[in-house]
Structures are given as C-alpha cells and as structure tokens.
Design a protein around this ligand. Structure first.
Ligand SMILES: Cc1cc2nc3c(=O)[nH]c(=O)nc-3n(C[C@H](O)[C@H](O)[C@H](O)COP(=O)(O)OP(=O)(O)OC[C@H]3O[C@@H](n4cnc5c(N)ncnc54)[C@H](O)[C@@H]3O)c2cc1C
Length: 433
C-alpha cells in the first residue's frame, strides 16, 4: 500500500501492522521485523515511514492516574487530544502541547515536541518520568532520567530509532482554567518583531506569524501573540474541529499569488483590536491549525515540505533576514511562517530546540524545492542552527551530521541496545543514522 505522513511527501510502498499487545510486538521482532513505529503520522516527511511499519494506534489505553501527584500512566498510542479531553475537566493540563494535539504520546516523545512555551517549560520529554520500551530483542524494559539514562536520552528525540515506546508516565500540571488571556501585537518590521517577543519574554506562551513575503519597509513584519492562563475555574475542554477539507485541492491553488494574498489579508485583517487582551480557549492558543481537519490537502496531490529551523539569538536579524531574503529571491512562498522563542536545550542527543528562535515554513512540493532548501541549510549552518527532523523529508547526511554533533553518541547507544539495523525509517536510511 502507499504510505505517507502529513506533508503527503514522500509517498512510499509499505505495509502497516496494528498490534494490540506488547507480546504481539515482541513476537514480530522475534520474527525478524525491520522497520519503524508510527503514531498518528503527523510528522511531515519520512521519519515514520518504512517498508514495514508498526502502528501504535491500538495501544491507546489509560493505565493509571495518581490524583495526588498528577502522574498519568498511559499507553503510547493515546493522543494528546484524548488526554486533554479527559483531564482538563479534572483540572489537569499537559505542560507541553505542540501546534497539533492530534499526535500520539509515543510521537511526542520520539520527536521530543515543543509548544509555544518552550522558553519557559522546555520540551515534552522533560515531564516524562518513565518510559516502558520494547527493544530490538523483544525484551520489554523501562528507562527514566535516573535509570538507563542513556537509553532515555536517546529515546526522547530519537525518532523511533531505539525501540518501540509502549507506555509512559507523564507529570501533568494543575490547570486553573481552560482559557487564556491573549494579547496580539502587529510589528512593522523584523527588528520590531524580535523586540516585541523579547519585551514579553516573561509571558509563558508566545509565537509570531511572520509575513514571509513582505518586502521593503515591512520586511519581517508579523502578528505577535502572547498569552497566559487565566484562573477563572472554567475547565471546558475543546470541541471537535468545525471544518474539514474533503479532497486534495488542485496543485495550482496554493501558488505564489494566492499565498501573497493570504499573507497580506492575514496581516491586514488579523485583529481589529490589536494590543487589547481577549479571552481565548486553549485550543485556539495551542492548536490553531487543528480548526480545519485535513488542511494539508490544500497543497494538492504532490504534497508539501515543512522547513523548520532554529538559530541562536546572536544570529538575530541578520540570520533570519538572510533566510527571508532567500525566500523572496527564489520566488517561492510560505503562508504558514511561525516564529517561536526557544529556551535552553536539554540533554537529549537529538532533541531539536536550542536557545534562540525557530521558524517553520511550508513549501509546496515542486522540482526546484530541494535545491532551494539546500541553500537555506547553508545559511542555517553558517549561524550554527539546525533543522527539525520531525518536519524533514530531504536533509542530506552531511548536513544532518553537522547540525546534530551528538549523532555519534546516539549511534553508539543504538548499537548498545541492539537497535541498529532493526529500527530504521526512510529518513534514518537517507541521513545514515
Ligand atoms: C499541524 C501540525 C503542527 C505541529 N506543530 C508542532 C509544534 O508546534 N511543535 C513540535 O514539536 N511539533 C509539531 N508538529 C510535529 C508533531 O508534533 C510531531 O511530528 C510528532 O512526533 C507527531 O506525532 P505522531 O504521533 O503523529 O508521530 P508519527 O508522525 O507517527 O511519528 C513521528 C516519529 O515518532 C516515532 N514514533 C511514533 N510513535 C512511537 C513509539 N510508540 N515509539 C517510538 N517511536 C515512535 C516515529 O517512528 C517517527 O520517527 C506539528 C505537526 C503538525 C501536523
């Protein structure tokens, strides 16, 4: 069958199996399984793709919740969506939620996902107190920040390459409301965009939607959003998305001109009450894109690639300016251009965030896009930045190894736990990890 993830690129031939027990996974490994695990396939490129895939969709049960400590024990196939639906009304929140809640706990750990509060709270794995994992031998073992620390640090952010995470203990945090106080600002240029984010650095959630196509005096302008939880006790969970895109749109519909128009309209019409605070539900703060199911079909059958990179703060206006200039020189366009502040990195070998700013850009798939992204890689590496593996579909081995200098330690740990040559994805084969 044809397999692809959120970007609908690449599309490969493969088989998916849906085991419903750990014993079944161990048996498949004993029978010579070679491939990768998959959760909700919300990664964009080929990290969850292989000729043989084991899905965790049927491993989606809650195991235990300790009301005293807030530690949730659940299986890895459960989605963040389900956790929020059940636990928000009880007054508990996930400390880190990425731009979509339609991901599995296993995927959240393997990509070590971050949200709009990375500068305050770090990544998802920083709230994971224990992982139960099935190793290549079929053995089921546990690891944590203090027990088999090497396996834990390689599994968190390790893109499924150490084993199959089967259940997890996560520290939830108390929620005082499902609602946030949201403030939006409009910046006039790139300098002001960074200033607004820095001025609001003490506010826990922040992100900017950057108009990546603006030129001249408006170069780098953005709508900057900052928010913090309220304490009004309203614990209403989210509701299902109201809209869905039923079919792939024709590929021409997301061309440079429609994108320019969308960017212009978003910036001009974003919010008539700028700089005034408003009350907003967590779903519209964390997961704006979840409002339209299957929005990825807007890019047509050939799909799209997301390019998310992080640059240290020192790169600042110069580094981001070069990337934005390269985009406008190329004639390409990205409507989704989200700039986020990243706090300090953690100790995992392959986790993406490092201190600085990250920018996520979507480009429709077409023949010249890879050569263009190679040019962006050069700029990113010049400023000691890196791209996010969970969004990637095209990074070269050389560039990956330059961006992630701890890859060798990671490879040694995979070897130690017998994972090399067993857990492999299209991505890991491409970047020779
Ligand atoms: C609209 C949208 C917005 C997003 N916003 C953000 C964001 O703000 N921040 C962010 O960090 N990410 C973001 N992402 C990326 C997404 O959070 C990650 O790709 C996440 O890993 C997807 O989880 P999944 O369950 O779909 O995993 P999959 O896509 O199925 O797999 C991703 C990786 O996890 C591995 N994996 C999955 N399950 C297991 C398991 N049980 N054991 C071991 N390995 C496993 C796979 O092998 C693969 O390498 C976004 C994605 C979308 C579509």
């Amino acid at each position: 069958m044809k397999l692809s993830a959120w970007g609908n690129y690449p599309v490969i031939e493969g088989q998916i199996n849906y085991p419903s027990s750990y014993a079944e996974i161990s048996q498949r490994l004993a029978d010579g399984f070679k491939g990768i695990s998959q959760g909700m396939a919300r990664s964009y490129g080929d990290s969850a793709l292989a000729a043989s895939v084991l899905s965790t969709n049927r491993l989606d049960h809650f195991i235990n919740f300790d009301e005293e400590t807030g530690v949730l024990h659940c299986q890895s196939g459960i989605t963040l969506d389900k956790i929020l639906l059940v636990f928000i009304p009880k007054g508990w929140m996930l400390p880190v939620v990425p731009g979509t809640k339609m991901i599995s706990v296993g995927g959240a750990i393997a990509s070590d996902v971050h949200g709009k509060n990375h500068h305050c709270k770090g990544t998802f794995s920083q709230y994971v107190t224990e992982i139960t994992i099935i190793l290549a031998s079929g053995e089921i073992t546990t690891c944590s920040p203090t027990d088999k620390e090497d396996l834990f640090k390689a599994t968190c952010g390790g893109m499924g390459l150490t084993g199959i995470v089967c259940d997890v203990k996560i520290q939830l945090q108390k929620a005082t409301s499902a609602y946030f106080q949201l403030t939006k600002f409009k910046s006039q240029n790139l300098e002001e965009t960074f200033s607004l984010i820095e001025e609001n650095i003490d506010i826990p959630y922040s992100a900017a939607w950057l108009d990546s196509l603006a030129s001249g005096p408006g170069f780098g302008r953005a709508v900057v959003e900052v928010s913090q939880p309220l304490d009004d006790g309203d614990l209403s969970p989210h509701t299902p998305p109201p809209l869905s895109l039923p079919i792939n749109l024709p590929s021409l519909s997301m061309n440079k001109y429609t994108m320019q128009m969308l960017c212009f309209l978003y910036y001009q019409l974003a919010n008539p009450s700028l700089e005034k605070t408003q009350r907003a539900h967590y779903s519209s703060i964390f997961n704006v894109l979840d409002a339209i199911q299957h929005w990825n079909r807007a890019y047509g059958k050939q799909g799209f690639v997301q390019y998310q990179f992080v640059l240290p703060k020192e790169a600042g206006i110069e580094g981001f300016g070069k990337v934005l200039k390269a985009i406008s020189d190329s004639g390409k366009a990205s409507f989704v251009s989200v700039l986020k502040l990243c706090g300090a990195s953690n100790e995992n070998y392959l986790s993406f965030p490092t201190e600085g700013y990250s920018l996520a850009l979507d480009f429709q798939m077409e023949p010249s896009v890879f050569a263009f992204l190679d040019r962006l890689d050069d700029i990113v590496m010049d400023y000691n930045g890196r791209v996010y593996l969970t969004k990637d579909a095209r990074l070269s081995e050389g560039n990956f190894k330059r961006m992630y200098p701890e890859w060798e330690t990671f490879a040694e740990i995979r070897e130690k736990y017998g994972a090399t040559g067993v857990f492999e994805s299209s991505q890991s084969l491409r970047i020779r990890l």
